[in-house]
Design a binder for this molecule. Sequence first.
Ligand SMILES: Nc1ncnc2c1ncn2[C@@H]1O[C@H](COP(=O)(O)OP(=O)(O)O)[C@@H](O)[C@H]1O
Ligand SMILES: [Mg+2]
Length: 232
Amino acid sequence: MNNGEIVLRAAHVTKTYQEGKLRTEVLRDASFELRRGETMAIVGASGTGKSTLLHILGGLDTLSSGEVEVAGRALSKLSDRERGRERNRSLGFIYQFHHLLPEFTALENVCMPLLIGGVAIAEARKRASALLDRVGLSARLEHKPGELSGGERQRCAVARALVTRPACVLGDELTGNLDEDNAAQVYALMLELNREIGTSFVLVTHDHVLARRMDRVLELRAGELHEIAKKA
Ligand SMILES: Nc1ncnc2c1ncn2[C@@H]1O[C@H](COP(=O)(O)OP(=O)(O)O)[C@@H](O)[C@H]1O
Ligand SMILES: [Mg+2]
């Protein structure tokens, strides 16, 4: 499902940290366009700015110059409130650490983005439990994160990122803490959603097997983004 619509665009993104006299240029002129249904891996050595880039793409961190557009809307031109709404509507996040809310159950955690987006609670519970079922957690709906295994928590976080059926999912080392079975289950679900509803993915990963399954692979090297692989 690739109708050519651009879901995410980075244009000349730079990010510089300035601490006293110390200036660190983490990103330099990073640009790419991601179309609907495209999957992309971002690889690169530790400390090259992969997480920083992902946070900037999701409007969770500010850039020093350049622009990010989500679904055709420039993030810098939106108010905080509009940016929050666009994030909720168009993006899903899977962080390196799951960031589930500890005091809420798995079901409540997955319902949260829907409730924030204005979906009624009965409908939210229905959609959230259907997705938790697909990641193999139908028997864990009422468990809190502390009562789940690491793999279960990560699968719950994946369900939370996908439940709004976002145009684009941003994932940071999402399988770093997963065993092979859990990782395979997570990839399978992502690819199903990619085919079903054209969800695009940007995945930061160390996993070369996963990277090669994506349509494109971009490498961050010395602050610059290089496209190193693209499927025909
Ligand atoms: N708040 C900050 N202040 C200063 N430097 C930072 C800050 N956050 C990250 N960095 C630096 O930015 C670089 C990229 O970090 P990061 O995006 O986490 O890399 P990666 O995810 O590729 O491992 C690192 O050199 C890191 O030390
Ligand atoms: Mg990182």
